[in-house]
Design a protein around this ligand. Sequence first.
Ligand code: SF4
Length: 478
Amino acid sequence: MNVHDSERLSGMLEDAGYVRAAKDHDPDVVVFNTCAVRENADNRLYGNLGRLRPAKQEHPGMQIAVGGCLAQKDRSEIVRRAPWVDVVFGTHNLGSLPTLLERARHNDEAEVEILESLETFPSTLPARRESAYSGWVSVSVGCNNTCTFCIVPALRGKEKDRRPGDVLAEVQALADEGVLEVTLLGQNVNAYGVEFGDRLAFGKLLRSCGEIDGLERVRFTSPHPRDFTDDVIEAMAETPNVCHQLHMPLQSGSDRVLKAMRRSYRSDRYLNILSKVREAMPDASITTDLIVGFPGETEEDFEATLDVVRRARFSTAFTFQYSKRPGTPAAELPDQLPKEVVQERYERLVAVQNEMSWELNKGLVGQDVELLVAEGEGRKDVETRRLSGRARDGRLVHFHPGGAIDREIRPGDIVRTTITRGAPHHLVADGELSAHRRTKAGDRWEEGRRPKTSGTSLGLPTFGAPAAPPATEQGCGC
Ligand code: SF4
């Protein structure tokens, strides 16, 4: 979500006349879009600001802005600790950045503006997209849940749903620009519709994405097990361009810990959803998030997590060691666990999951896969003379670029190949390609063009094929 917010900040600044600083040039404006979810976010921010101070002293007129979750949390504390910062803006007023920069320049003093609720849905702001072939589209912001470890509700506020017509118009605009894949974004995508009274809205949205010409892959993140309904599984299985990939946070396999986390589902419900997903889509790749060492977690609780992880057969899991987030209820809980206990459990969990990921990946050897060629996903590609891409189920595949190639293969093109080896965290396809399709996204990538969406705010909450707003490189959208 923060990455997508950064695309909006870039889009707004470009619309206000700013241009991207060349790599070897000192920028006139530096914007930090901060995240408060990861540990030590504040140390890293103040460290970065400290490192930037000499550059600012040597470059009169340079401006530094800090936005995002940490700014929403720390507010004027930021300019108290780093008085060389010019602008502080929060999660609810991204759109104010150009004005605040202008005002700080004019008044020659720091501007701090934090709002308590959303000023305008962020997707009504322009966005300068980073990828020519893959795009984020927000369906909602904020969250109505109260998971005790999570700072999001405090910093992003209550859930605000975007109108389906607006979401679909943005998806259409991206598809018109050649984008092949969209990921629908929300803190809890399955709750989508709660604001306008349609609990089945998310499944309908997936089906409507299926009607958008040129759109080949639809993903979403993240669903909450409590709100996961059968109609979403049906929509996933029955809509050809919706990928058979599900990222659904489990967090813990212990019902006692789930209760303490205020996660209102239990492990049997979670596993039951996975069974239904696999029944409808036997090829589904399922991934998750896990927290180890939540306050009060016993060895028995941890064993329950290992047990669910083995039964769930996740393709991969994002595993986190619990650490306190000031301002969250869990930070105040007794029985915070010693670091060495958390570390030891974390290593055991990672070992179990790695073994599972590897076993599942080895089972894919010999399978024919369609890959969307990606940029920057294979660190060793130059050395191994391979390229990389994502399969429809989201798996990363490093492939040999030989065989049925139609001229050069570019990021954004589609290839077909056969898996020859499974590693714990990726797949390898070292045979010849059976197909290569050049795409508009690949052409755009080659020309150095990226989609620019101008923000969409159209129509009433309805479903169906949307009227497409124009989205151009200059961004005159709708
Ligand atoms: S559902 Fe996700 S965003 Fe919402 S409170 Fe829980 S962890 Fe945070």
